[in-house]
Ligand binder design. Sequence first.
Ligand code: AMP
Ligand code: MG
Length: 351
Amino acid sequence: MKTEYIVLNTEAPDEEVIRRAGRIIREGGLVAFPTETVYGLGGDALNPESSRKIYAAKGRPSDNPLIVHVCRWKDVAPIVRSVPGEAEELARAFWPGPLTMILKKNDSVPPETTGGLDTVAIRFPDNRIAQALIDASGGYIAAPSANRSGRPSPTLARYCLEDLDGRVEMILDGGQVGIGIESTIVDLTEKRPVILRPGYITREMLEAVLGEVEVDSALIDPDSGVAPKAPGMKYRHYAPRGELVIFEGERDIVVEGINRAAASQMAAGKKTGVICTDETKLLYEADSVKSTGSRGDDESAARELFRILREFDDEGVERIYSESFDEGPLGQAIMNRLMKAAGHKVISPGN
Ligand code: AMP
Ligand code: MG
């Protein structure tokens, strides 16, 4: 299959291109497109064949459900059994935006889209290209992140091309995404709302709307042996090709620890990379040193993280050392991705 790559203006996407992309999806094909979180790999959510194609293109296990993207609040009701009041309150507060809600599905959503579950994940993305494409496609696009399974989620369209060239009909390039990590997922099918995946919308933000919100216990202690409720969270994810280790602790001790580890790897002929912040960038000695922005700017860290992991891949970096990013409102979401990318390898040199 030949993949068509088209650059669009996010504020005013070319209508003819959107119409053509919408037709591809309505006819059962696949289009990668930007959202405000990461790029998505879209197909018709109500067509089981399209969902099968998404799994094949991504190389993703088919028990890992897809998120259904809508472009209007009123399009939620037709695909679910009932709309809880909490869903409406959350939509009013956060949609369009980086929040995915899990609701009980009805028969219009095929089991192929939900990995066989009787629930469905729904999100209304805050991106004009995404919204126009969803509308032109019939209102329901199933889309996981537009990377090959296991690789870092794409925050730029060229990474979609790198992973999916020849596997999708079209890639829409809307520039670098704004947020950079995937949506918060909240399950509304239990007695209390539960966060299944941390993201830009924090627990505090959800609690300001709903009152008490729980966090899936598998997220709090990944070593607990408890299976995560979002099936996708159990897979190795976001992994760069090089081996990644996170260093945590007091700043100077972390810098010293990373420099020592990098020096020994370089002496052994390995190419090394460091993920750090503007404040520490000049203190490191490694082959490639990349800053996520100023320490404390967690929005910048979220936006840059996956791009940096991909750049290290492009540069052939074999050993990656990262500072920790656990402070700030997005700390939990960033560390969730970074820990998965590192396969939970963490060193606390001070302890
Ligand atoms: P991605 O498409 O890469 O953003 O991943 C989608 C995430 O949503 C995966 O971690 C899925 O496990 C999760 N998800 C999708 N649908 C459901 C559902 N019905 N119940 C629980 N988690 C879901
Ligand atoms: Mg993904």
